[in-house]
Design a protein around this ligand. Sequence first.
Ligand SMILES: [Fe+2]
Length: 475
Amino acid sequence: MCRQKVKMGLFGSSLSSSLIAVILVLSLAVVCHGGKTSTFVRKVEKTIDMPLNSDVFKVPPGYNAPQQVHITQGDHVGEAMIISWVTVDEPGSSKVVFWSENSKEKRHAKGKVSTYKYYNYKSGFIHHTTIRNLKFNTKYYYVVGIGHTTRQFWFVTPPEVGPDVPYTFGLIGDLGQSYDSNRTLTHYELNPQKGKTVLFVGDLSYADNYPNHDNNRWDSWGRFAERSVAYQPWIWTAGNHEIDYEPSIGETKPFKPYSHRYHVPFKASNSTEPFWYSIKRASAYIIVLSSYSAYGKYTPQYKWLEEELPKVNRTETPWLIVLMHSPWYNSYNYHFLEGETMRVMYEAWFVKYKVDVVFAGHVHAYERSERVSNIAYNVVNGICTPIKDQSAPVYITIGDGGNLEGLATNMTEPQPPYSAYREASFGHAIFDIKNRTHAYYSWHRNQDGYAVEADTMWFFNRYNHPVDDSTSTQS
Ligand SMILES: [Fe+2]
């Protein structure tokens, strides 16, 4: 927009119109920073957790009934699913019975059960069972709780991996279990664009905000999220609220509750830890990174990512998406520079391998960047300003799920040129891949109707269609 107005000024014919144009340009230079800070004013009310007796936390009836049922992709390409649940009365069976919509043949798979202790809390019996050899693009029913109280759910497998396969991802981060969290989840469920898989960018239950990290809040979160995650996979990223490191009560093993409860298919991508891994799904290649595991040179995560990025075949999966928790580009006055050290380590790779988009959370608000990079700095040259870069990803902060810590409302001013849109509201987003060149992205705030799009962008694929897709130059 700014550039177009500048051109109009320069082509003015008379002296007076040129003078007006110069004044116009000068005034625009003061107010135009390339991006937009939304003027939407959210109704301010305190963000509080729903009480444990809320209906969304209800324990399913029946002896040893499975609860907190959740699924995630179980292999690298989408032909397997990890089914997880908790039983509380006794271990019961880790068997899953499953069948496809068009088949009467019932198959079964067996998994494993485990428990953990955290300070004075003892977990229920946590089951994880991987079901394999699923057909693509097929609806499956599955039953858990064999032996006592059974519960039945369903999911749809993704289409076979390929470059023009449309697929719709939802984006949720920093969800928690407040009344606002419930609104976010409802808005996602009722969004007419119908997300098929959630890319979750970390910070699930916020149990660690309770005295002694009351792990009952991990259980209530599991029951709350079940209504979505039992029916479609959520792809997990570890956030800082998953660390649960608390030496004052003797809890010194990071990620203990999270890694017992949420399994991911990390071995399928040759990762050695569940905190960084990759999957393919339809036309997308999704890389999950851990902001809270070592990522410096020589570390396992660094070596894995160094080997992983060249493996991505963009003729097969054109859309390269990275998930992490702590954002690299963030113009809010919260968590300032927390993502900076990882950016220094990996940003040049993201530019080299033309990552399409990076989704992060952590900051409890919404922000979308221009395509920028900041990789020229070498300590002595002083070149340390982000510049527009068509090989760089768009960075989206979507930590606006609605947890009890409330909104991040304080922004740095003026809005930096790399920031395309920012708004302090709770919500979720949809990344809707159309084909190998185009994806439609929309962000939805909780205060609006389910179909309303508060921020949108057509993504042009960086490998197949690397044309400038900035919303500020298109308008
Ligand atoms: Fe966080």
